[in-house]
Ligand binder design. Structure first.
Ligand code: SAM
Length: 229
């Protein structure tokens, strides 16, 4: 197992977005072999590690401690430890704090190795039925300041648009899409790979109507059809 990782190396390890089986053999080997796991949500990651019988020291690394935690992780890497970074779910660095650590590690010439796997936006995009040959990933939209400007900047975007959204704002976001884009086709993918997985496709007015029928729960990806000239 130890040959799976090299000393002083940072591994960005993709983990499941729900279903614990959605992890690669290599990810399991790397998680078993590193000296330390830096996890966005240590409780969630412990469930994953337990599932695969992996016992490993863990530290938290999330949005609000990244600036304090990153230098500690860099110091350990420079001392020769191997570290795996895992996010709450999916691929580290996609709309989560791994990006900051990658930049800091690069500044110190620390080797960084990707261990690819699940990402919520790819899973949503491929089942959307909207064009996948060109798309733009917008991650989380600004919540207040800059939100209107962002929508306006996307009005004539011809590529398929991908957005992450929370259950608290999903209806508001769909209503805004209707306001700014008219009755564009959208796809809402909820709780992918989980028990309550649901994919709703159609003109935004109908999707909004459908989603308004019951409480909004879980995690969402919204895909918006690009501008058709
Ligand atoms: N790094 C992750 C990735 O590769 O997808 C994304 C992290 S971001 C902090 C979390 C967001 O991803 C959620 O708010 C939701 O929009 C989306 N997401 C994560 N898991 C999901 C799932 N199972 N189904 C739908 N969306 C999901």
């Amino acid at each position: 197992m130890s040959s799976e990782t090299s000393p002083g190396t940072l591994y960005l390890v993709a983990t499941p977005i729900g279903n614990l089986d959605d992890i690669t053999y290599r990810a399991v080997k790397v998680l078993s072999s590193v000296d330390l796991v830096a996890a966005e949500d240590t409780r969630k990651t412990k469930i994953l590690l337990d599932h695969y019988g992996i016992v490993k020291p863990m530290v938290s690394y999330f949005n609000y401690n990244e600036r304090q935690r990153a230098p500690q992780l860099i110091a350990r890497l420079l001392h020769g430890e191997s570290i795996a970074v895992v996010s709450d779910a999916g691929t580290p660095g996609i709309s989560d704090p791994a990006f900051y650590l990658v930049r800091e590690a690069l500044a110190q010439s620390i080797p960084i190795i990707p261990i690819p796997g699940a990402s919520a936006f790819i899973s949503a995009l491929i089942v959307s039925g909207l064009p996948t040959d060109r798309f733009v990933f917008e991650g989380f939209l600004p919540q207040k300041k800059g939100r209107k400007t962002k929508w306006e900047s996307l009005l004539t975007e011809s590529r398929t648009i991908v957005v992450y959204e929370s259950p608290h704002r999903i209806l508001k976001t769909l209503a805004e899409i209707a306001t700014y884009f008219g009755d564009r086709r959208v796809v809402v993918a909820r709780e992918l790979t989980k028990k309550f997985e649901e994919i709703v496709r159609g003109p935004v007015s109908l999707v909004l109507e459908e989603l308004s029928k019951k409480p909004t729960r879980g995690e969402y990806v919204v895909i918006i059809e690009g501008f058709q000239s």
